[in-house]
Design a protein around this ligand. Structure first.
Ligand code: NAD
Ligand code: ZN
Length: 351
């Protein structure tokens, strides 16, 4: 779990005081990896820079890749004689995952792809702080960083991945566009549905999942003021992330990974594209989801899979069926008898 967390509107201004005791010396910089949406915004002047600290703006247009992590680590090692005092990730799931991975690879030899999997990281990461600017993924609280590698899209799952400190300042999400707010928020909602209906569910996951679900309903189906809504979605993301930490996600995520691998579809929208067709598996969740779509007048893209070849479908089906724990969580031990490749392809063809 994340050992230290600050929550509240405007809490970003505490970052300076939080970092001060963590500075090793004047030559060991803090490196801020920041979503490039903020590049020309006033926000930049609020980043508490000292000595040789550095801000690196990164685009979130594409999801993080292992080679991108390796390049950032090389750049930091070449530029500074001392190992950094810390890495601060500021942005959505993309930046939060990138910062976690860079912090790990600065202290562990080899390449990022070598650590994709479970508990392969032996040395603690450099001190790292996560500051979400959009809510939903739970990346701020999870013990994984999902990376697209040369062979697979897979997380670096380890106890060293988790942030040392998180700052939850809902004000940072004020500028999020409505559609993106919805897609990333639905990632949280879908985490809840998949966790709460899964066979891996236990009291730990259920307690967080139920709270996150309650908050999602208030945010996406209630009529609450925007400031309250931002506060609540940030806490929903946190609880949703905690819920899947001790259980698993399910069919929407397994299928969304296939879309992402073949077509580069981003996580939030990919989950939505899939989830709308899963009424057979998540009947109550899909009804709620459709109410949410309607209330916020979100039109999902259509015909996403309409021009794909049989080879394309084979690739997606293989990537997706490779996510065994997700299928087992969703459909139980006999999942292979239920979700055949043909049935899965038919689902993809609806998208
Ligand atoms: P994102 O980080 O990809 O950002 C989406 C868009 O929102 C980008 O264009 C970004 O510039 C913009 N944005 C972010 N904050 C903004 C703000 N305050 N104002 C205006 N625009 C803003 O989106 P995401 O949905 O948060 O993250 C998706 C990523 O998270 C995927 O790479 C996925 O694999 C990862 N993920 C990780 C975990 C985990 O546990 N580690 C869990 C779920 C998803
Ligand atoms: Zn997700």
């Amino acid at each position: 779990m994340v050992p230290r967390v600050v929550f509240g509107q405007g809490s970003f201004s505490q970052l300076k005081d939080i970092l001060l005791p963590k500075r090793k010396n004047a030559d060991a910089p803090f490196i801020f990896l920041v979503d490039d949406f903020f590049e020309d915004k006033d926000f930049v002047s609020r980043i508490p820079l000292m000595f040789n600290d550095q801000v690196i703006f990164v685009s979130a247009d594409e999801e993080p890749k292992t080679a991108q992590v390796d390049a950032l680590v090389s750049r930091i090692k070449e530029q500074f004689d001392e190992s950094p005092s810390g890495i601060i990730g500021i942005g959505g799931g993309t930046l939060l995952d990138l910062a976690k991975a860079v912090a790990i690879l600065l202290n562990n030899t080899g390449l990022a792809k070598d650590y994709q999997g479970w508990d392969l990281v032996s040395r603690p990461a450099v001190y790292h702080v996560g500051i979400p600017t959009i809510s939903g993924t739970g990346a701020e609280v999870s013990r994984t960083t999902v990376l697209l590698g040369p062979e697979k899209k897979l997380g670096i799952n380890s106890d060293h991945t988790t942030y040392d400190q998180v700052i939850l300042d809902p004000d940072l999400a004020v500028t999020v566009p409505k559609e993106q707010w919805f897609y990333t928020g639905m990632d949280c909602f879908i985490h809840c549905v998949e966790s709460l209906t899964g066979s891996y569910l236990n009291a730990f996951s259920q307690s967080y999942g139920e709270k996150a679900m309650e908050l999602c309903k208030e945010v996406f189906l209630g009529d609450i003021p925007e400031t309250e809504s931002r506060d609540k979605l940030m806490m929903a993301s946190w609880h949703g992330g905690m819920s899947i930490a001790y259980s698993q996600v399910g069919i929407a995520h397994a299928m969304s990974y296939g879309l992402s691998y073949l077509l580069g579809t981003k996580h939030g929208i990919g989950n939505c594209l899939v989830f709308q067709h899963l009424e057979e598996y998540y009947p109550e969740g899909v009804v709620l989801f459709k109410q949410m779509l309607e209330k916020h007048q979100i039109e999902l893209p259509q015909g996403v899979c309409s021009n794909l070849t049989q080879d394309d479908f084979d690739i997606m089906v293989n990537v997706s069926l490779g996510m065994e724990p997700l299928w087992e969580n969703a459909l139980g031990e006999d999942w292979k008898k239920i979700m055949t490749p043909e049935r899965l392809q038919a689902l993809y063809q609806k998208i």
